[in-house]
Design a protein around this ligand. Sequence first.
Ligand SMILES: Nc1ncnc2c1ncn2[C@@H]1O[C@H](COP(=O)(O)OP(=O)(O)OP(=O)(O)O)[C@@H](O)[C@H]1O
Length: 678
Amino acid sequence: MKKSITLVAGSQHTKNSLVKQLREYLSDVAKIKSYAIDEGIDNKIRDELVIISSLAAKDELIQLDKLDLNCEIIVANRTISYDHIDEIVLLPPGTDVLFVNDVKKSTYEGIKALEKLGIDYLNYIPYYPGVKEVRADIDIAITPGEADKVPSYIKRVYDIGPRIMDFTTITKILNKLGILDKRAGQFSRKFLKKIINIAKRLAQLNKTISELNQHLNHVIDGLNDGVLVYDNQGYISVFNENLKKIFNLRFSQAIGKNLKQVIYNKSLLKYLMDRSISEEKIFNIHDTKVLVNKFQLPNSDYVIATFKNVKETIEVNDRIKRELIKKGFYAKYTFDDIIGSSKKIKKLKDISKKLANTDLTILIEGESGTGKELLASAIHNASKRKNGPFLAVNFSALLNELVESELFGYEEGAFTGAKKGGKEGLFEQADGGTIFLDEIGDISPKVQAKLLRVLQEKEVMRIGGTNIKPIDVRIIAATNKDLSKLVDKKIFREDLYYRLKMGYIKVPPLRERKEDITQLIKYFIKTETREDIKIADEVIKKLKKYDWYGNVRELKNILSYMLAVRDNNYITLKDIPDRGFFKRRTTSFDINIELDEEQKFILKKIYELNKQGKVVGREKLAKTTKGTQYEMTKYQMRGRLDKLERMGLIIKKKGKHGTILSNKGEQILMDLMGNKGV
Ligand SMILES: Nc1ncnc2c1ncn2[C@@H]1O[C@H](COP(=O)(O)OP(=O)(O)OP(=O)(O)O)[C@@H](O)[C@H]1O
């Protein structure tokens, strides 16, 4: 027959965990009833055996008159559950932890229980609702199943579960039930199993830690620097491979030894052991200059020191610089890459080479695609700065708001979104080299003012900064606009204009040096394909007839097109793209041309008559004006045509061949017709 026992606990929480524990041993021999005082108890408790969770609970039951004192009563001794103990045994000795429980008494009991279990090396701070002194500088809490009472600032909570009945209590119960002899074996096995489980988990944890350790050791050994870790007494815990090399310690073991046994350099020893020194210092170790740096690990006894081979560090820095250059801070071209043997190109190269020998600021003017960047790059490579960086900045590609921070950098917190630690500007990055400022006409007045300062003072100040940094950078600026006109219009500062124009180069447009076209074509074929491509003479002849408003870049594009569409290794007339491919937009120089309605009318008439195959003269043109608002005599027409010729829009052919539109005139007319009609 099953025995009947009753368990009473203070709280429902404790009741549940104790019932669970009792069932493990007694479910087949006893019927277990259970009550929690906080749930309310109706009848007086009496049974063959009554187990009460604590003395406090017993006192409360007596006070409430809910306990029949004539029955067999066992008051449980409770201890920490071993199930979660492995989580806390690994906390470092001396760690401050809050021990959280429901009331003062059980809080102190819990702490005592942990200490009795041997976990007496933690610094327990008792905490329970209503506690007077609260320490807010603690990150870790341990609680026996009262996680909801842990204050919210705690970062890590170890809930070790409610305390369970201890070994002696269980033995007492088994004894009272008269089954101790039968159950002792099973009981101790279960108990042992738990211990073994903990041991297993700890062993696994140990294994993981030692693997992690090994991994970390590999990482530390793989570092380029020497790494040394020692405690305040000088005992070494880390001495990596690189450090062994620096100290010539190939085979001997340093870990566990004292610094004095390993390092004989007296001044280095003094530096390492003197806690008041924190700045880095250079020492001579086995004839090698080594830069040593050290710092105390926060909240610990340990000091970490790093050792850098000065020579290698410089070499690495150089390598990093070279890497930067690879990333595009590098001038690709030399004067040999500037193709052409026309007089104009020869003169251009000649002047540019001379300027390359100076450190003057240079302004390069020229239409788009004439090779201004190419030239700037060649000048840098021919200058004494050739081993320094070459940075090309294109202002038309940079967002206006970004120009300032890109060029001059900023300090941390200079504006919302500023990166932590601030950012180095392009001027700082170009230190020792050349900066190429393309489309300089596009910069804002604010940046113009800052740039002027850089040119005058040779120093930069980051946005939001107070430190002035001297820089050594040569500036080459370029524009495809007529900068002097922007100065006249007060869009560009005059003082900056003259500062930039210390050296001045004007790159001629391709249409003024058409004799270079053949050479350029051959050069581009060679650079674009390895195949042996021939090009028909008529093709070159025809290409020479175009006006090349897109300049060399346009020629290069057209060549790529022809290489793509050719049928075999021979480029013929049919491979030339039709007019639509050619650059229609006039250059910025030409955009300044403003035509009045009368001029547009005349250009349109010339175009229409030409299209009809008619020879156009001033008489015929004057006739077309009859009855229109532009009506004029042939003499008046002559004056108008002279002006259009001076503007480069028409060509008056000799003899009876009449007047035609120049390519430029045709392009402007096409643009007008395309955009708004004439
Ligand atoms: N004389 C030349 N010889 C060989 N290649 C050239 C020459 N001139 C220009 N190029 C090539 O034409 C292209 C345009 O040149 P680049 O970018 O230097 O012109 P740019 O004047 O700086 O143009 P933009 O004003 O549009 O910035 C490049 O591919 C360049 O290599």
